[in-house]
Design a protein around this ligand. Structure first.
Ligand SMILES: [Zn+2]
Length: 175
């Protein structure tokens, strides 16, 4: 991405430091509102199965599809918002130090965007699995992943036991 450089002007050179940091903090990743599943559950409360209801009934599948679509919409909106903010902010700094700090912030943002795009791809794959009625079961052992875990991680493809085991193995390989 190109970031246009503004010519140094008196006005920019004397811009008070606090003003600059205030503007930067607006899109610092740590301070940006993250898309979270908790927020989504305010719009779409967790599914309450009826007594004796079959696991991954049509209504449950519809619920998780809706949850995933909401999550995808939020992520897409978030990507658009940050790209827009970066474009708006890109013309502000004349001081090289500010530019350096801005550029490292932009690098972090771009990494976040990349992560969000990958998550969107995973969401699309998960929705395709719901449509194919192949959702909610562990890809490793075939057990039910469970409603509670899927509410927290609707893109989960493994039950908590297999996932934990995988993470332990990954940590051992990393050592
Ligand atoms: Zn499993």
């Amino acid at each position: 991405m190109q970031h246009p450089r503004l010519p140094s002007t008196i006005a920019f050179d004397v811009a008070p430091r606090f003003l600059v940091s205030k503007r930067l903090s607006f899109w610092r990743p740590a301070e940006r509102a993250e898309v979270s599943i908790e927020t989504l559950h305010k719009q779409l409360p967790p599914y309450m199965p009826q007594k004796g209801e079959q696991y991954m009934s049509a209504r449950q599948r519809a619920h998780f599809k809706q949850l995933l679509e909401l999550l995808r919409d939020e992520l897409s909106a978030d990507i658009e918002r940050t790209v827009q903010t970066m474009q708006d902010e890109a013309t502000v700094f004349a001081d090289p130090n500010d530019r350096a700090s801005q550029e490292s912030d932009i690098a972090i943002e771009l990494r976040n965007r990349d992560r969000e795009r990958k998550l969107i791809k995973k969401i699309d794959e998960t929705i395709a699995k719901i449509d194919a009625d192949d959702y909610g079961y562990c890809k490793s052992c075939g057990a039910e992943i469970g409603l509670k875990r899927l509410e927290a991680r609707p893109t989960a493809t493994m039950c908590i036991d297999c996932k934990t085991l995988e993470e332990i193995r990954e940590r051992q390989v990393a050592k």
